[in-house]
Design a protein around this ligand. Structure first.
Ligand code: FRU
Length: 473
């Protein structure tokens, strides 16, 4: 096949050509999931940022649209969000789709002032297809903070105002507004808590239900500083009163332990469904992964729910029904009783592997091909941890960090293991313990992966193991 298409996934979004990073402006409207994204259309490396655009009705098939936002005299277009202004608070029109984004204008003289990132607006009166920038931009000028970006705006029902959650270097700053155009600072959060291995970026503030009460989840991406190196998303669970976010739980929590899920935020205008999508890469090597025409894919969208382990709240990430049911069984095994189960058919390029109730023991799922490439997804009993070892998975030498093994501590105590692997040509997403432990990882095999086997350190005993093929339509 076409070498430029070699690693392109089947059910994940990728831009036809050029570079992509963060998802932006996620908003649902009239049956359409809008995904805008950080985009350099000219080259498959980071550069002058635009907002690319894609629409999906089922979270599987994405139709790429015309570029939504181009750089202008105020700068290039960095990350941000979108809302539906039902009550026309901004005066752009009833039901306008309004994008709130960072204008990035890096001039040499800004080295001193740090005034190069400002928040601006654009609106669409035709459901996201064409856009007009607001004449009064920027709406939130920079007060002198070098990293001042990635506004995520939500309607706060209780106080009947818009709340902007903004990444401000080493903390989050909350702002409020009645009309999206004038913003007032409310509070800061995070200087003393959480992981601070890198700059704070791409936040999201989400009200979530826990058994009838509302808790607030604050997602914060950090780069670098991940548990396995580089870019990663942490989160906090607490309370938000319209002014301040507070948490009493100071544990550091990772949304995804794998190396390749960054800058994830949730869709607006979706009611109680908290649906997130991330950028499936890592700033450590995103610009040099071995694709040429296009670079970077989105993750599988994930449904976020709140649960408790012991006294602590945790966010679980699960696969949306639309995607979960888009696979049809190829083979099922029951019971086990041998140390190894190997799938003898030729593997499809996009499939799902499910293991239910494996009696706890060390094991490896090995994906391989005729070139001798091996990707290993396994579990270490002594550490009660899952891991992904891509050191021998094919092309790995483009970056020194890429071959490192990623480890994910299980949140649950030792006990039966249940998980799903979603594989799509050049990525694997592990969802274990009903989404409490998640790992996302890229890999670039020299030739397509054709074989799968699972090997235990003793006889495997499980309820059911299945392999299901992605429905290609
Ligand atoms: C995160 C990020 C954002 C910024 C964008 C620029 O990956 O650094 O903070 O808005 O990418 O492309």
């Amino acid at each position: 096949g076409d070498p430029e298409e070699k690693y392109r996934p089947l059910y994940h979004f990728t831009p036809q050509q050029g570079w992509m990073n963060d998802p932006n402006g996620l908003v649902y409207l009239d049956g359409n999931y809008h995904l805008f994204f950080q985009h350099n259309p000219e080259k498959p490396v980071w550069g002058p940022m635009h907002w690319g655009h894609a629409i999906s009705k089922d979270l599987i098939h994405w139709d790429e649209q015309k570029i939504a936002l181009y750089p202008d005299s105020l700068g290039t277009i960095f990350s941000g969000s979108a809302v539906i202004d039902k009550d026309n608070t901004a005066g752009f029109g009833k039901g306008a789709m309004v994008a709130i984004f960072t204008h990035h204008n890096h001039q040499e003289e800004d080295r001193k002032t740090g005034l190069h990132q400002n928040q601006s607006l654009a609106y669409s009166l035709d459901k996201g297809l064409t856009w007009t920038k607001y004449k009064g931009n920027p709406v939130l000028p920079n007060p002198g903070i070098w990293d001042f970006r990635d506004p995520k705006v939500m309607w706060h029902v209780h106080s009947q105002r818009w709340i902007m959650t903004l990444a401000t270097k080493d903390c989050i700053t909350f702002y409020s507004s009645k009309d999206l155009k004038t913003w007032q600072k409310e509070s800061e959060f995070g200087k003393e808590v959480g992981a601070h291995g890198g700059v704070w970026e791409c936040p999201d503030l989400i009200p979530m239900d826990y058994k009838g009460t509302t808790k607030w989840v604050l997602l914060v991406s950090i780069n670098p500083g991940g548990p396995n190196g580089g870019s990663v998303t942490q989160y906090f669970v607490g309370d938000f009163d319209g002014h301040q976010f507070r948490t009493t739980d100071t544990k550091i929590k990772w949304l995804d332990w794998g190396p390749d899920n960054y800058a994830g935020v949730t869709w607006s205008n979706l009611g109680d469904r908290h649906l997130m999508i991330g950028w499936m890469s890592n700033w450590q090597y995103a610009n040099v992964v071995p694709t040429t025409k296009w670079r970077s894919s989105s993750t599988i969208p994930r449904v976020l729910t709140l649960g408790k382990v012991g006294q602590s709240f945790y966010v679980a990430s699960t696969v949306p029904k639309e995607i979960e049911t888009a696979f049809r069984p190829l083979k099922k095994y029951h019971g086990g009783g041998t140390k190894e189960v190997s799938f003898e058919q030729h593997l499809p390029q996009a499939y799902r592997f499910d293991l239910k109730d494996l009696k706890q023991q060390a094991f490896k799922v090995i994906l391989s091909n005729e070139s001798g490439d091996e990707l290993v997804i396994g579990y270490r009993e002594d550490q009660n941890a899952y891991y992904i070892d891509r050191s021998k998975s094919g092309e790995v030498s483009f970056n020194g960090e890429f071959p490192k093994t990623a480890l994910a501590q299980r949140l649950l105590n030792k006990g039966a293991l249940s998980f799903s692997l979603y594989v799509d040509v050049s990525s694997v997403e592990l969802f274990a313990d009903e989404g409490l432990t998640v790992m996302t990882s890229l890999f670039f095999p020299n030739r397509p992966i054709t074989k799968l086997r699972i090997v235990g350190d003793k006889k495997l005993e499980f309820k059911e193991l299945s392999i299901s093929r992605f429905n290609t339509q």
